[in-house]
Ligand binder design. Structure first.
Ligand SMILES: [Zn+2]
Length: 336
């Protein structure tokens, strides 16, 4: 009998299991598995920023039971792969109101013996609009992590910086971590990771703040990137990468550096920044192509960033995720 051919997966996955199993640090489980012809049409015809609002109808029409079913499906998909801890954003806003989070809390309780789940509140409507702010404040009390999308308030009101302050203040008030979507659009005119670090230091939140995506970092010059990595270390800001979610960024005719539309993990890790892995949206209008497969995400990260450091890939998939979710302290050295 011939031996089974050896793959990289055979080399890495056992180490991931040994290090406590996969950790999926970023998702939107409340909107997962909502694909339909109509939803795919939204995907084809609207920009991301338009989709923030086009999703309203789907959210408004979702009952607590719809949300509960999606959470359960998501948790089961994770458990089936050996995911032992995960974080998911949950829409708590004028459209979803508290139906999604109520369903999430019930589903979490149901699966508590199989997977640790942390919730963050999604702020698709920002924190400046008074109605959205009221839901943000309500959500902040219930969730484990304060979630953020400062770009929304920058786009609508030119008040992104104020949004960062509101989010940091709220996190301090409740003693919770911050997870903020930053630098998503792969352009060199975004500086949100830098702003996140400055605000972290200003509010004394070092070691408790996480940036989600950081795609645009790679669009900046090497000098800027080096300065930013130093600042990230000083602020102890961690970064979550969700490779499939942004690899489909549209081609642009802007002349710039040659790079993939990905978080530059190959530079962040050597610079001493903690990086963790997430699926982000799974089978929905935002990211129909992501099926929530953790191995696929790690493989895309490794190939897209040409990052062959197996020990660190294992950490990214496991202990770093636990740090990002606040399950182990930022300063605790990885056991793996
Ligand atoms: Zn997200």
């Amino acid at each position: 009998m011939t031996d089974k051919p050896l793959t990289v997966r055979d080399l890495i996955e056992p180490a991931i299991m040994k290090a406590g199993g996969w950790v999926n640090t970023h998702a939107h489980a409340d909107r997962a598995f909502t694909l339909s012809e109509k939803v795919l049409e939204i995907r084809r015809t609207y920009s991301l920023q338009q989709k923030w609002d086009v999703l309203d109808q789907l959210k408004r029409n979702s009952t607590e039971e719809d949300y509960y079913r999606r959470f359960c499906q998501f948790f089961e998909l994770m458990i089936s792969q050996g995911v032992t801890a995960m974080g998911t954003f949950v829409d708590i806003d004028p459209q979803s109101e508290d139906r999604a989070i109520k369903a999430g809390l019930r589903a979490r309780e149901h699966y508590q013996d199989q997977i640790t789940v942390k919730f963050a509140n999604q702020t698709l409507k920002g924190v400046i609009d008074p109605e959205a702010r009221a839901w943000f404040d309500r959500g902040a009390q219930v969730v484990d992590i304060i979630g953020a999308l400062p770009k929304r308030d920058e786009r609508d009101y030119g008040r992104g910086e104020e949004a960062f302050d509101i989010i940091m203040e709220t996190a301090k008030k409740y003693g919770k971590m911050v997870h903020a979507h930053v630098d998503q659009f792969n352009t060199s005119d975004e500086y949100e990771s830098e702003m996140l670090c400055s605000k972290t230091i200003e509010h004394g939140m070092q070691g408790r703040v996480v940036g989600i995506h950081g795609i645009s970092i790679a669009a900046h010059s090497q000098k800027y990137r080096s300065r930013l990595y130093k600042l990230m270390k000083e602020a102890k800001v961690m970064m979550v990468t969700c490779p499939t979610a942004w690899i489909d960024t549209r081609r642009s005719n802007t002349i710039g550096l040659s790079h993939n539309s990905m978080t530059p993990v190959d530079e962040l890790i050597p610079a001493g920044v903690t990086v963790a892995l997430g699926t982000d949206n799974v089978c929905d209008a935002m990211v129909p192509w992501c099926s929530g497969d953790m191995w696929h995400e790690l493989q895309l990260l490794a190939t897209g960033c040409r990052f062959d450091d197996f020990d660190n890939l294992v950490r990214i998939a496991t202990v770093n995720g636990r740090k990002v979710l606040g399950l182990i302290p930022y300063d605790k050295k990885a056991a793996a």
